[in-house]
Ligand binder design. Structure first.
Ligand code: 44T
Length: 850
């Protein structure tokens, strides 16, 4: 807090200069004094109001009062936050920003509140502004890096780096404009590239709309920088809200758009185009009237699309969407009930369910096996509004696919060909060398069920709520149909009686399916990463062993101290258990696994009711007494109470911390949590893990560069875009699959950093690591991962192929050329759980220095 006496002194001096309006000056002076007094009395709410009054009436005090005002704002909003007055909190920030619109500290802090409340886009905007105002402001930089991915999604870089795609769009637009389409609307303009293509091709009028505020601002910046601000009108709105003549003066002759995701319809292109045909486009050219004047008709680029599908076996997909094991750690999972990922097409459309996820098949660890040939799932003409409108009412189409290879049916993979016009098309297929991912429709088939050559897989294709839905409903084998779908609307299988093999298979299939139609919704949903964690046997086994070691050691300790089993002070009759707290994020079995060690009472921090039920069910089915498992958050009022003692007189024997996020980064506030946890351990108690070792490797990877920034000095299609979008480059790439990353290794694996969670003083924030290059090349990135050491002997690697974790990589701002044998010096920094790495070539010692 600023020193009060200097402030008063300055205040008097400043006030003397403004004697023109005595009444006003009196008010300002009194208010300023009151503000300062309230601040001293820690009455922040009143101090804030007084400051607002002073600074609104007498803006000349702004510089002088800035520090105290900020301090008051932060203290007051902290109080508002703690009592849940969120609207008031944001009102205060807005008032503060009206007074200090360019105050980076206030902007950053408001961003943090917005982020905490889930307003990520807005939060990111605030961090970005703060950083623009002060590029060396570390808090804003760190915050910005954490959210930049939401603000400008990484695929923008990929798309702009995809020269093939850029050229094809340009050609199609050029052709259309030259053949008479002179008024153009670019729907979802992103960086403005397609709109600029239209303008450059000679379109008389170009409009563009973009719903994301950040992308809209970026498009305006890019268009201005390319001298086209007079020629393209950019609107910050969703195309569905646009009206003629309010937003654009008249209907246009061409709509260009690339509002398609990996599943084609996920960005709402069907709805946007139906709306555009009704409200924004000139009528389409009718076939019967070929002579219709060109300029009076409308058309769309892309003209249409063909969607393809294919059945695949893929372990990597399977382990993220369903439970593949009957035991996890020491627990039998038989009593868990149905657990499934939120990605499912088989049940009724449901807000909490996604019909598909996306993956680049060619980059999946372990690869995939196609079980059928690709088939055409859908053909759609974007220039035919009746067809677009008819999609959702179209009858469900049944496709019969001959199975070509034996394998487990894990998913249907989907991709498409986008027909820009008659000549140009783009394919997003798994074999293509493009930036596109494929849509993955996981299949929740029974465990162990294999498709065989000569089977026929029956897939239903439909288009409900504007999503394309694909569902494997049945298998036809030896003339009979085996039903696969698990949804409430699924049919029971046909009569299998005459074929004993098929019958056996069916029985086991049905046993696993648990398709009791009377309770179709009775399943527990877990995130894909939580499913993968459950399937990670090594992880649970390691915890099992480490907990067993700890309990054994503690028992020996009590025995050696001659105390025998610990005895509860007050009752004296029952054995005092070891207390274990699991503060893992999301769903975790570790508390239950801990109870399996005997004499353990475990506290789980699983919050969701359904998930708590699963744990209780598992406790029952594994014969774990009910009272051995408690739910911690049911006992504490808010998250801040998370790390507390089990009860007043007891301490924890073990606290399990969840250290690494699925994306490959260390969890925020980990070190704070660890130091809190250390204070709550009994003598001989442990934090799991006790330490984390960060490992990395020097690599040359162009793939990582393409995903990080627009590459090269060449302008994109002749436009200057890179410097603008590259402001959103972040130095750390997350969700990386290192095992399938196309890259050249330029060093061995190297230890970068050790985080000791049991030792407060052992964590250096900076470290220099010397690495020798094993090959010549350009170091573009340093992928990194962790060895999570539960104790001295037991550790888990986040690089393991059974892991639910992905890896992260630092992408260097400039590639660093090395020769084999060169020494590279890495500066590794850890600031608030964020790792940053810089690299430079070590000066090679000359002969005299050696
Ligand atoms: N992802 C591709 C999607 N918009 C591509 O706000 C491919 C993903 C992808 N604006 C890896 C690789 C790839 N009105 O900025 C966005 C969005 C905007 C609209 C106004 C509308 N009706 C809409 C609808 C969307 O359009 C922009 C592009 S949409 C998606 C593009 C490289 N992962």
């Amino acid at each position: 807090m600023p020193n009060a006496s200097t402030r008063l002194k300055h205040g008097r001096r400043a006030r003397r200069r403004h004697r023109e309006d005595p009444a006003r000056n009196e008010l300002v002076s009194n208010s300023l004094e009151s503000a300062q007094q309230c601040l001293l009395n820690q009455d922040y709410g009143t101090a804030f109001v007084h400051y607002l009054l002073v600074l609104n009436l007498a803006p000349m005090f702004k510089d002088f009062a800035r520090e105290s005002f900020r301090f008051t704002l932060f203290k007051w909003t902290e109080e508002l936050n703690s009592v849940g007055r969120i609207q008031d909190l944001f009102d205060c920030y807005e008032q503060a920003l009206e007074l200090f619109p360019a105050d980076e500290v206030i902007l950053n802090s408001m961003g943090e509140h917005l982020f905490r409340m889930g307003f990520r886009d807005e939060a990111a905007g605030h961090f970005f502004k703060a950083l623009k105002l002060r590029p060396d402001y570390p808090e804003a930089r760190e915050n910005f890096y954490r959210v930049a991915n939401w603000l400008v999604e990484r695929w923008h870089f990929l798309m702009l780096n995809d020269h093939g795609r850029n050229r094809k769009y340009q050609q199609a637009i050029q052709k259309a404009v030259q053949s008479g389409c002179s008024t153009v609307l670019d729907i979802g303009t992103g960086t403005g590239i397609l709109g600029m293509c239209a303008k450059k091709a000679g379109a008389a009028e170009v409009f563009a709309c973009e719903l994301s505020k950040t992308m809209f601002e970026l498009a305006c910046e890019v268009i201005t920088a390319n001298g086209m601000d007079g020629g393209i009108r950019v609107l910050h709105m969703k195309s569905l809200d646009m009206k003629v003549p309010k937003d654009i003066p008249h209907r246009v002759s061409l709509v260009v758009t690339e509002t398609v995701d990996a599943g084609l319809f996920g960005e709402g292109i069907i709805e946007s185009l139906i709306h555009a045909w009704h409200h924004l486009l000139l009528p389409p050219q009718r076939e019967e009237n070929e002579l219709q004047e060109q300029s009076a008709t409308g058309r769309v680029i892309p003209a249409g699309a063909t969607v393809f599908g294919m059945a695949v076996e893929c372990l990597e997909i399977r382990r993220h969407h369903r439970l593949c094991r009957s035991d996890v750690g020491s627990l039998s999972m038989a009593g868990a009930g149905e657990l499934r990922s939120p990605v499912s097409c088989s049940s009724e459309p449901d807000e909490s369910m996604e019909p598909y996820t996306t993956e680049r098949l060619s980059r999946l660890p372990g690869g995939y096996k196609s079980l059928t040939e690709p088939f055409t799932a859908l053909n759609i003409d974007f220039n035919n509004v009746q067809e677009l409108e008819g999609l959702s009412s179209r009858e469900v189409q049944r496709v019969r696919l001959p199975v070509t290879q034996e394998g487990a049916l894990d998913a249907l993979a989907v991709w498409f060909q986008l027909h820009l016009d008659e000549e140009n098309s783009l394919s997003t297929g798994p074999e293509e060398d493009t930036c596109w991912e494929q849509a993955i429709y996981p299949v929740h088939t029974p465990k162990g069920f294999l498709l065989k050559p000569n089977d026929e897989l029956i897939v239903e294709v439909s288009c409900r709520d504007a999503y394309l839905r694909l569902c494997s409903v049945a298998v036809r084998r030896d003339g009979r149909e085996l039903c696969l779908s698990t949804g409430p609307d699924s049919q029971r299988p046909g009569n299998p009686a005459s074929n004993p093999n098929l019958e056996a298979e069916l029985c086991s299939a049905l046993a696993c399916l648990q398709t009791d139609q009377s309770r179709p919704k009775d399943f527990c949903m877990l995130e894909c990463s939580e499913m993968a964690l459950l399937n990670n046997h090594d992880y649970h086994q390691s915890f099992c062993r480490a907990l067993a070691n700890l309990v054994a050691q503690l028992k020996v300790k009590y025995h050696d101290q001659g105390q025998g089993p610990r005895v509860r002070a007050e009752s004296g009759d029952s054995c005092d258990p070891f207390y274990v707290l699991d503060v893992s994020e999301g769903f975790s079995l570790l508390s239950l696994i801990a109870t399996g060690q005997g004499d353990v009472k475990a506290y789980s921090s699983v919050e969701k009711n359904k998930q708590q039920e699963v744990l209780k069910r598992l406790a029952r089915s594994n014969r774990i007494p009910e009272q051995h498992l408690e739910f911690w958050l049911n006992h504490v009022e808010d998250e801040r109470g998370m790390l507390q003692r089990p009860s007043r007189e007891k301490l924890w024997s073990a606290i399990i911390l969840d250290c690494v996020e699925t994306c490959g980064l260390i969890r925020q506030k980990l070190m704070e949590k660890a130091s809190l946890a250390r204070c709550l351990l009994e003598d001989g108690g442990r934090i799991f893990p006790e330490k984390i070792v960060v490992h990395g490797i020097l690599v040359e990877s162009d793939t990582l560069l393409l995903e990080s920034a627009v590459q090269g000095q060449e302008p994109t299609l002749g436009f200057n875009i890179a410097p603008f979008i590259n402001q959103f480059t972040v130095p750390v790439h997350v969700f990386l699959d290192f095992s399938t990353l196309e890259c050249k290794h330029l060093s061995e694996f190297v230890e970068l950093f050790v985080l000791d969670l049991m030792e407060a003083t052992a964590n250096y924030t900076d470290r220099e690591v010397k690495v020798q290059a094993t090959a010549a090349g350009r170091i573009t990135a340093i992928p990194f991962w962790y060895r999570i050491c539960l104790d001295q002997d037991i550790s888990i690697s986040t690089l393991s192929h059974t892991s639910h974790w992905k890896q992260a990589a630092v992408v260097l701002p400039e590639p660093l050329e090395v020769r084999a044998g060169d020494w590279v010096s890495l500066g590794v920094k850890l600031h608030k759980s964020t790792i940053s790495i810089s690299a430079r070539i070590e000066k090679v010692p000359g002969p005299m220095e050696q």
